[in-house]
Design a protein around this ligand. Structure first.
Ligand SMILES: [Fe+2]
Length: 344
């Protein structure tokens, strides 16, 4: 357990990275008693730095349907709260607005947003640095200029994404740019294939992660992707059955669409973290999403990148040991970064 003093001190360092200071207004958005200690510590840290601050706390709203629906939050339809948040320079989101229309509206108004939800030991272990930002932004330039991405693996993954229609999104764990969202902590980058222009095969292998289940894959799963959507999920073991059954439970064809694609750059993130943590379901799972050299394949919504697919079914699937190239130039080879500028 962290002391209040340690928490305020770490959050103060984080807010300094976010350039919070005099003349800035910080808003904390929270829900019920979730991370109530973080809310207090962020307010104290902001005040110490000379910023104005306020908190909006919303009652928890029970979800109906599948457990982990993305983009549906207690802020939906709460016009006074949305308008108040749009007045802030930076919002500390302790609730989880990602993939919601409300998040897009608030950041479009110029407020930057930092999502914070991980347990304190994860925040401390993966605390962001300017060097991580530099490496992620180097990847952003390369990804932004690419027309095609190909991902292969020794186990039979071979999939190609045509690129250029959607922007690149970075996550390095802090934000000092108006209107920009980030997640503290993080360390990866992503984009989205052009509509209907992703084709090939993805082989999920033992040790790859299906983050929605907080589970390592145990038996191989073969995903066939045609024109941007998964058309077959095959495999002898339980993993294929779980994936098929979970996606079917949403009764939404858009859940089969390829979502964001990119790679991890945080050398302090640990692939094995989920095997050790006591409460994996209480975590977002950023160790698994950001670990150095992973290729993060995903299915579902694309509103975070300006697309129109807002299905609540989202599957992040970080894969180990893959190779990723952009227009023929090797970026990740067998799970290790190739360009010197991105190496840790
Ligand atoms: Fe995702």
């Amino acid at each position: 357990m962290a002391s209040e003093l340690e928490m305020v001190s770490l959050f103060k360092q984080e807010l300094e990275l976010c350039k919070v200071g005099p003349g800035q207004t910080l808003a904390v958005l929270s829900m019920g008693l979730v991370r109530a200690d973080y809310a207090q510590a962020f307010l104290i840290a902001a005040q110490t730095l000379g910023a104005s601050c306020f908190q909006i706390n919303l009652p928890e709203r029970p979800l109906t349907g599948p457990l982990s629906q993305v983009g549906r939050t207690p802020l939906s339809g709460n016009r006074p709260a949305i308008e108040a948040l749009k007045q802030a320079d930076i919002i500390i989101d302790l609730m989880g607005l990602l993939f919601s229309h409300e998040q897009n509206e608030i950041t479009a108004a110029g407020a930057r947003m930092l999502f914070v939800r991980e347990p304190f030991d994860v925040l401390r272990a993966m605390f962001p640095t300017q060097d991580l930002r530099r490496r992620v932004e180097h990847g952003e330039k390369m990804l932004g200029a690419a027309k095609a991405m190909r991902i292969t693996s020794p186990h039979g993954t071979d999939i190609t994404y045509r690129l250029g229609q959607y922007p690149v999104m970075t996550e390095y764990g802090f934000t000092d740019t108006p209107g920009r969202w980030d997640h503290f902590p993080s360390g990866f980058l992503l984009t989205q294939g052009n509509d209907g222009a992703v084709d090939g095969t993805v082989m999920l292998m033992p040790g790859d992660i299906v983050n929605a289940f907080r589970r390592y894959v145990q038996q191989p799963v073969r995903l066939t992707v045609e024109e941007g959507r998964v058309t077959r999920i095959e495999g002898e073991g339980m993993d294929a059955t779980l994936l098929r059954n979970y996606i079917e439970s949403f009764h939404d064809e858009r859940a089969y669409a390829c979502s964001h694609i990119g790679w991890g750059l945080n050398e302090r993130a640990e692939w094995h973290h989920m095997a050790l943590t006591r409460e994996p379901n209480a975590e977002i799972g950023v160790h698994g999403l950001a670990f150095y050299g992973n290729v993060l394949f995903s299915l579902g919504p694309n509103t975070e990148l300006g697309g129109t697919n807002d299905t609540p079914c989202h599957l992040d699937m970080p894969m180990r040991g893959c190779s990723l190239s952009l227009d023929g130039e090797m970026i990740v080879r067998d799970g290790a970064l190739v360009p010197r500028e991105m190496q840790a």
